[in-house]
Ligand binder design. Structure first.
Ligand SMILES: O=P(O)(O)OC[C@H]1O[C@H](O)[C@H](O)[C@@H](O)[C@@H]1O
Length: 546
């Protein structure tokens, strides 16, 4: 493993940043180079990306590619696809890409397609609602066993079965499950208990609550313990624990599927129930197309590689600590939360593969909301705040809401909405880059300015620094294949920056300490015993018990 800060490319990047990077002005760069948009945009499977509004030039890109070469990115990528145990701290392979490889291709193909066929058959049985009688599906899971399906199901609403409602319960807080159970009919409800380990406290607690509810409400519909087998299924690598819970129909997966990379596995069952087998296979196919792109495209044209290297450039040279995501599609409202786990649980590490402290920053904070909602909340800070935060826009050319079954006037109105949505997305990236000088602001007569206020002072409040970087992704439509490709692009981008930083993106020891301490505190909530606790925790314990 090569420490990035010891490479020649790192030194070159440092020099380049001081000489040209820090001072790069996007407005001048576009004025100088009419070919900048073409030179810095990329077409990958299903995803077009405009990288030209980023603080990079040709030399930045060359030095970053040198850095990737010196850090052995390609060898590490190839080792992942080949199933080598690159998750070294847990001695595991990392093969979520095998889950979307076509039948007969990729490692463990028989196992993968065996479970996939079985799970899609169940999905189709449930979707035949006249026979199954199911109207509501409740996924009980948390983290990687929740966020993927909870993100994809609304994103692909245009493809969803109209007679089925999908619900997601994750938190160990009755305020999550109680409103979901309210109004459900046990005879018409299917619970999916989704947990890679089947040991997660939150999920087991919610599964117990669901079971208690089922046994309480069931008898009115003639249901009892014997019916649990028909109304509860599990997605897990721990088939025995699921059986001990009383679940006989289990869809397995394997320790080489990380939780946050698992929506392609049996964890995707809620997605398959919502959109059906054919569309689920199309989701996998889209991700596979991006896998092939990542595995084979020259690095100069390789979109996940270019994005991951940009992350290194911003985090380690510009010192930006966060990145904001603005999907201009309401169906992608859970994408920021999904990417928070994908990126921050993967790359939120402080040591390298050898356990030595990293010399430079790793995962940025990832956050955001769908556009245009974010514009009316925190975009103020993105435009005029003191921190520079790169923004990523996702635009979708063709909406799915102007369906033939809507009245013509409603369809016309919705078409107008989509034009406004796109105009806003384009305008925001433009505004971030162009800014507005105080001199330009001084020529305006803002109607809301305080009467008699010094115009120069008002102009300074109304000026924008500009030169704020952004990336814009464009999808033709939000479809199963395009969403699959988009998610896989994000996965491989995280892989790329992890490879440069030399860290293990596939473990998550950082979640353990809190879990262990919660286990120690739980009995103290009952007993009130504060022996050995720090004064703050002891004080809080007394307060929540009072
Ligand atoms: O799927 P499970 O085993 O229930 O795990 C659910 C989640 O909880 C853990 O604490 C990890 O931080 C996540 O990576 C994981 O996705």
């Amino acid at each position: 493993m090569v420490r990035p800060e010891t490479t020649r490319a790192w030194t070159a990047l440092r020099g380049h940043f001081e000489a040209h990077g820090r001072g790069l002005d996007l407005r001048e760069a576009f004025a100088r180079d009419p070919g900048r948009f073409a030179a810095f945009s990329l077409q990958a499977p299903e995803v077009f990306a405009d990288l030209s509004k980023n603080l990079i030039d040709v030399a930045t890109r060359r030095f970053l590619l040198d850095l990737a070469a010196e850090c052995g990115l390609e060898a590490r990528r190839d080792a992942m696809f080949a199933g080598q145990p690159i998750n070294t701290t847990e001695g595991r392979a990392v093969l979520h890409t095998a889950l979307r490889a076509p039948r007969g291709q990729g490692p463990f193909s028989d196992d993968v397609h065996g479970v996939l066929d079985r799970m899609l058959a169940l999905a189709e049985r449930v979707r035949d609602t006249a026979t199954s009688g199911i109207t509501d599906v409740v996924n009980i899971g948390i983290g990687g066993s929740d966020l993927g399906p909870a993100m994809v199901v609304p994103a692909l609403d245009a493809y969803a079965h109209r007679g089925l409602r999908l619900h997601f319960v994750s938190n160990v807080d009755g305020h999550d499950i109680v409103p979901v159970l309210r109004g459900l009919d046990p005879a018409r409800t299917l619970f999916i208990v989704a947990s890679k380990t089947f040991t997660t406290q939150e999920t087991l607690a919610n599964a117990q609550t669901a079971r208690a509810w089922f046994l309480d409400a069931g008898p009115a519909s003639g249901l009892g313990v014997a019916d649990i087998a028909r109304h509860f299924v599990a997605a897990t690598t721990n088939v025995k624990a699921a059986a001990d819970f009383g679940i006989t129909e289990t869809f397995g997966f394997w320790d080489w599927v990380g939780g946050r990379y698992s929506l392609w596995s049996a964890i995707g069952l809620p997605i398959a129930i919502a959109i059906g087998a054919e569309h689920f296979r199309a989701l996998l196919a889209g991700a596979h197309a991006m896998d092939r792109h990542f595995a084979t495209a020259p690095l100069t044209q390789n979109l996940p590689v270019q994005l991951g290297l940009l992350d290194v450039w911003y985090r380690n040279f510009h010192g930006f600590t966060s990145r904001s995501l603005a999907p201009y599609h309401q169906g992608l409202k859970r994408l920021p939360a999904y990417l928070q786990q994908l990126e921050m649980e993967s790359n939120g590490k402080g040591v390298d593969l050898a356990g030595q402290p990293l010399a430079a920053g790793s995962s940025p904070v990832v956050w955001g909301e769908p556009g245009t909602n974010g514009q009316h909340a925190y975009f103020q800070m993105l435009h005029q705040g003191t921190d520079v935060i790169p923004v990523e826009f996702i635009l979708v050319k063709m909406p799915a809401h102007d369906r033939a079954d809507l009245p013509a006037a409603v369809r016309d109105s919705l078409t107008g909405q989509h034009a406004k949505l796109l105009a806003n997305g384009l305008a925001q990236s433009q505004a971030l880059m162009l800014g507005k000088t105080a001199a330009d602001a001084a020529r305006e007569r803002p109607p809301t300015a305080a009467p008699g206020a010094d115009p120069a002072m008002i102009a300074r409040h109304r000026s924008f620094p500009g030169n704020r970087p952004s990336t814009t992704f464009v999808l033709d439509a939000l479809t199963p294949p395009s969403l699959g490709a988009l998610i896989a692009m994000f996965e491989h981008r995280v892989f790329t920056s992890a490879a440069v930083w030399g860290l293990n993106a596939f473990d998550q020891w950082g979640v353990e300490l809190g879990k262990a301490l919660a286990g120690e505190l739980l009995p103290r909530l009952d007993s009130g015993d504060a022996t050995g606790l720090d004064a703050s925790t002891a004080g809080l314990l007394a307060r929540v018990r009072a």
